[in-house]
Design a protein around this ligand. Structure first.
Ligand code: ADP
Ligand code: TYD
Length: 208
């Protein structure tokens, strides 16, 4: 039996992370693995409370620095209370977003700086990293169309920003994937959900 792994799904809004999280977890369970599905911001009671602070209210509710600290605090709780205990118990963990979202949104696009965000992660979560990160890649307009179809009742504080912001996020994730090619694997997110899941499984085969 291989050891339990921590997998994260990253990418901009609407690329299909939540959809693939459910499908990938089901595929891994079908192979007999015990899988925990989680998400950020959130994933533990404390982090879910911080999620409310982060995603509700006006766009200027937090300074860029406060926002980065809140994400790091939520992640520290998520890692300590949910992710590490699950891995220690032999469960695989798949998270919808993790540190790379902070590096992209707060670090590269939000001007806090990628290094500063990684330092916060070093303090809050001892620099804990996923075994593998899948970066779902989808052409910007297709992702915006998927997100619009989903968010018929309006989007959240961060998701509701203009298209140019989301374009910069896509670019920032590309920078991250280039920096850490061993951990961060780009996956084509176009096409039917089942086709994307098959690509994810193929790119996970060596860890199974
Ligand atoms: N491969 C796909 N093809 C078409 N629509 C999709 C696909 N994957 C997800 N969707 C739909 O697009 C919307 C956004 O997907 P979601 O998984 O919520 O994305 P994310 O979590 O990355 O924001 C949802 O309405 C979802 O049902
Ligand atoms: C985890 C994380 C999320 N975010 C943002 C990305 C999203 O706009 C929002 C999370 O909203 P959510 O609805 O969970 O994500 P999605 O829109 O992908 O389905 O928070 C950050 O800015 N930094 C982070 O570290």
């Amino acid at each position: 039996m291989t050891r339990a792994r921590f997998i994260t799904l990253e990418g901009g809004e609407g690329v299909g992370k939540s959809t693939q999280l459910v499908a990938l977890a089901a595929a891994l369970r079908a192979r007999g693995l015990d899988v925990v599905e989680t998400r950020e911001p959130g994933g533990s009671p404390g982090a879910e409370a911080i999620r409310q602070l982060l995603l509700q209210g006006s766009e200027d509710r937090w300074t860029a620095e406060s926002e980065a600290l809140l994400f790091a605090a939520a992640r520290a709780d998520h890692v300590a209370r949910t992710i590490k205990p699950a891995l220690a118990a032999g469960q695989w963990v798949i998270s919808d977003r993790f540190i790379d979202s902070s590096v992209a949104y707060q670090g590269i696009v939000g001007h806090v700086g990628a290094d500063a965000v990684r330092q916060l992660h070093a303090i809050g979560s001892h620099g804990f990293l996923p075994d593998r990160t899948f970066l779902l890649r989808l052409e910007n307009r297709a992702a915006a169309e998927r997100a619009r179809a989903r968010d018929t009742e309006g989007s959240d504080r961060i998701g509701g920003r203009e298209q140019a912001f989301h374009d910069r996020i896509g670019f920032a994730f590309g920078v991250i994937a280039n920096e850490e090619p061993e951990r961060v694997r780009p996956i084509d997110a176009a096409g039917a959900p089942e086709a994307v899941t098959a690509r994810l499984l193929a790119a996970l085969e060596d860890l199974l």
